[in-house]
Design a protein around this ligand. Structure first.
Ligand code: PHE
Ligand code: ZN
Length: 884
């Protein structure tokens, strides 16, 4: 909490630390009221960085009890305790500094540092939580070997864990149990972890490629012990995959995972002791949806992959966050693609990127993949750093090709093992291993904003040549008015009547490889460029940005006929899906205009026919079909409308009208598919079953939008389901399209049956938070009083309030401003409980410039927040930047 405005930290001010901490010994005495932490820091002056004998350690909410230098009580004239610092003067070049600090984990609601979750103690130190445990150089470029002893009551806390290997266990005279953990790998403080609790575990083992055996354990509360198998299988698959695809072997004899209920994010890659939000590790057919199973697999992999991309090689400073996160998201996406359908995975990722990351990049918090400044680093765990960062790595992969990319990755890990490095070091390794010049490519790291590609074409019938002219631009973002051109790989092909055409660029030698000459990557690196293709028998339809080869907005004036041709005939699955989306956008936008003019909705028959044809296409993977038949989301449509132009009600009405029209037009086909796809077998999270259920859910949604027969099917589905995926799909449909009498009983029954399962209750909250009816706000307020709701638990807050603000456009943007008010009140309350969550929850209000007729109301809620006393740095940064 700050009184004055918190300051800004700049990348350009980076300085190496003036002391190093070679070894760190920590001793915890865990108590029911307070915890005593004794640190022994083996300090060594970093002579590379001058000769100062002054050292400033970070520390927050700590009570300093004792302090010693080389065994002697330190004279008070030699140190000064500040608000968030401990200043030490006249330190020798090498010394042992020891501090005893008192902390109160039981009162720590920020969920950073050491805190309580249910009956256990756990830690979360990234990014700057370690300073809430003891005074330290809490920065990632200070890497230290940690030895940790924990004293605790073994009845309450039979399981006592930290990083590395368990070296000793003993019973103390005072009745407490003592354990000693040692981690041989030097690490920054943000990777430290400690867990103490009454936990059960499952155990398995993995033999690495060089034949070492690793014990794998997943720790959970006893009630959840049957929900760990999927995570364990995912872990083993990840370990094998990282050996095979990236040549990365695990490096310790144990790998532990712990599930905790109260967690700010998804999971954390602490060295050999990953801590997971229960929602990202536990799986059970009655608490976890199909999407949830896939998410668990991806997150387990993500955290595991960090062992190399993040832990063995870490970040020099937090501006380099994407070094570990962008790379690791790329790695986990590749893993998921290999485990399931590559195209479907790509479609899911692009959907998120375009509906949410593009909005972030166009809003007041826009920042480059490598930001240049921040007030609160917690605000920079963003879609830009993670998802766009992964796209940047993916483009390097595209530019270099798989072999050179792997060589670059190998060089990066070999050269920087044990170091804290920068994004520049990563790019340099990629350049050196491949011989490529990524000079201009680096603009992706330094410039914010989503580039826009405008493409026009010209067909010369006599010459049989076809020209594509591509121009690029990038809108201004905060602090960056003018942008330099990016290097944009545009993967493409040309579609003719009978399929994809052979590509021959003017002035280039014909490709001798006749196998794959229908696919090409154009390098766009100037403000405007023209590419001429020769020897074409007919005017083609361009298939552009295949596989979404760059995170850009691409504009080309396709006719609806062209889109239909790409949808059914292109070789690239992503372009087929994207063409269906574009067609959907164009049809919904047209209907929106009709309704606005007071006319009846007239859905283009071409679109209805295209949907009908898709439903008949038995060759298509049902998971892909489900994606192709899913209309663009309201959030994506609002994003496309642009500043000042998003009409939430208009979008909702138009989208619903199109759903209903498809539902009526294709009723028979939808009903048929729905019936055919019923899964008879017992629930299993297999690709085949998941695909069937997802297409079924899409069919059900159309049918329910079109009327009562769909609602009846939903009711029957709810009653018959043996899993939460189908139960929720039914509830969602009933509560989106039905009236109270349709959803009331099943909604109550769901709680009666599954009210004892926290993760199921969270989804029950989320379904209700997204209901479009007029009672929504009162319902959300009422549910906030429900005994199962808890403002201190981030999962609950996200499920109820986060879903309301992010996934219930109609009610969040109510004309009377009651949706905005609700969000502001919750944020205000959370500001002092958990600033990190408060600030994240706020995101929908920061998009105030988008919404037609709502900007003033949204802005004024932000102003109310800005004027609050005791505003956290987290909320202050988002509010003040949004109001600029
Ligand atoms: N580093 C974690 C991850 O990606 C995310 C995280 C950040 C978790 C901060 C907790 C706190 O994988
Ligand atoms: Zn990560």
């Amino acid at each position: 909490m700050r009184d004055a405005n918190p300051g800004t930290i700049y990348l350009k001010d980076y300085q190496a630390p003036n002391y190093l901490i070679n070894r760190t010994e920590l001793h915890f005495v865990l108590g029911e009221e307070e915890t005593l932490v004794t640190s022994r820091l083996h300090l060594l002056r970093n002579t590379e960085n001058g000769d100062s004998s002054e050292l400033i350690l970070d520390g927050q909410d700590l009570e300093l009890v004792e302090i010693y230098l080389d065994g002697d009580v330190l004279d008070p004239s030699c140190y000064e305790v500040g608000e968030a610092t401990l200043l030490l003067r006249d330190l020798p070049e090498q010394c042992l500094l020891s501090c005893v600090t008192r902390i109160r984990p039981q009162l720590n609601t920020s969920l950073e540092g050491l805190y309580r979750s249910q009956t256990m103690f756990c830690t979360q130190c990234e990014a700057e939580g370690f300073r809430k445990i003891t005074y330290y150089l809490d920065r990632p470029d200070v890497m230290s070997v940690f030895t940790v002893t924990i004293d605790a009551d073994a009845d309450r806390y039979p399981v006592l864990l930290s990083n590395g290997n368990l070296e000793e266990t003993s019973l103390l005279a005072n009745g407490l149990t003592r354990v000693l953990w040692h981690d041989p790998f030097p690490k920054p403080s943000y990777l430290f972890a400690l867990v103490a609790g009454d936990l059960e575990h499952i155990e398995d083992s993995f033999t690495t490629c060089s034949g070492r055996e690793v014990a794998l354990r997943i720790y959970v509360e006893e009630k959840d012990i049957d929900k760990c198998d999927h995570a364990m299988d995912s872990l083993k698959r990840s370990m094998r995959w990282d050996e095979e695809v990236f040549g990365r072997e695990y490096d310790l004899d144990i790998f532990n995972v712990v599930a905790v209920d109260d967690f700010n994010m998804g999971a954390m890659e602490n060295k050999s002791l990953n801590i997971f939000n229960t929602s990202c590790v536990l799986c059970d057919p009655n608490t976890t949806t199909d999407v949830g199973y896939q998410r668990v697999e991806a997150i387990v992999a993500h955290e595991y992959f960090h062992n190399w991309s993040g832990n063995r090689v870490t970040c020099r400073d937090w501006f380099q966050l994407s070094l570990k996160e962008g790379f690791t998201v790329f790695r986990d996406a590749e893993f998921s693609s290999d485990m399931g359908s590559r195209t479907v995975k790509r479609v899911e990722d692009v959907t998120l990127l375009r509906s949410a990351q593009f909005a972030e990049d166009a809003g007041p918090m826009a920042h480059p993949v490598r930001p240049e400044s921040y007030i609160e680093i917690n605000n920079f765990y963003t879609l830009t750093v993670y998802e766009k960062g992964a796209e940047v790595v993916r483009m390097i992969h595209t530019l270099l090709g798989p072999q050179a990319f792997r060589a670059g990755s190998d060089l990066y890990f070999a050269r920087h093992d044990g170091q804290a490095v920068t994004c520049e070091d990563f790019v340099l390794a990629m350049e050196e291993a491949s011989g490529a010049d990524l000079g201009q490519f680096r603009n992706w790291y330094s410039q914010a904003g989503t580039p826009r590609l405008t493409v026009t074409d010209a067909w010369n019938k006599e010459a049989g040549s076809y020209a594509l002219t591509i121009s690029q631009s990038c809108p201004a973002t905060p602090g960056q008015d003018d942008k330099k051109p990016f290097v944009i790989p545009v993967a493409m092909g040309l579609l003719g009547d009978a399929g994809n055409l052979r590509l021959q660029l003017q002035g280039e030698a014909p490709d001798p490889d006749t196998e794959d000459n229908t696919h090409m990557v154009l390098m766009v690196d100037k403000p405007e460029q023209t590419f001429v293709f020769e020897g074409l028998p007919e005017k083609p339809v361009p298939s552009l940005l295949r596989g979404f080869s760059a995170p850009v907005r691409l504009e080309f004036d396709y006719s609806r006929n062209d889109l239909c041709r790409l949808m059914s005939g292109d070789d690239d699955g992503f372009v087929r899906w994207d063409s269906a989306q574009s067609l959907g956008v164009s049809v919904i936008t047209e209907v929106q205009a009709q309704l606005l003019a007071g006319d009846e909705a007239q859905v283009d028959p071409l679109f209805l026919e295209a949907c009908g044809a898709l439903l008949q296409d038995d060759a298509l993977d049902p998971a892909m079909l489900a994606e192709m038949l899913s209309l663009p989301s309201e959030n994506y449509l609002a994003e496309l409308a642009g500043e000042g132009a998003a009409d939430v009600q208009g979008i909702y009405r138009a989208r619903t009208a199109v759903l209903a029209a498809v539902g009526s037009h294709c009723r028979e086909a939808l009903e048929q598919r729905y019936a055919q796809l019923a899964v008879e077998a017992k629930y299993a999270a297999t690709g085949e079953q998941i695909a069937a259920r997802s297409l079924r859910a899409v069919c059900l949604n159309y049918l329910a939008a079109a009327g009562a027969s769909g609602l009846a099917l939903a009711n029957a589905q709810f009653a018959a389901a043996d899993n939460i995926t189908e139960r929720l799909a039914a509830l969602r449909v009933l509560s989106q399209f039905g009236s109270r009498s349709d959803w009331e009983a099943p909604m109550a029954k769901f709680y009666d049956d599954w009210g004892h399962e926290t993760l199921a209750v969270n989804q029950w909250l989320a379904v209700q938070a997204s209901m479009p009816d007029d009672g929504a706000i009162a319902r959300v307020r009422h549910l906030m009083e429900h005994p199962d709701f808890d403002l201190r638990n981030p999962n609950k807050v996200r499920s109820l309030v986060g879903t309301f603000a992010g996934q219930n456009p109609l009610n969040f943007h109510r004309e009377d401003g009651s949706g905005y008010r609700l969000l502001r009140q919750v944020v205000a309350e959370l500001n002092s409980i958990n600033p990190q969550i408060a600030s994240r929850l706020l995101a929908p209000l920061t998009k105030w410039r988008y919404y037609q007729g709502r900007a003033e109301q949204m802005r004024s809620e932000l102003e109310l927040l800005a004027s609050m006393d005791g505003l956290s740095a987290d909320v202050f940064e988002v509010v003040s930047k949004s109001l600029k």
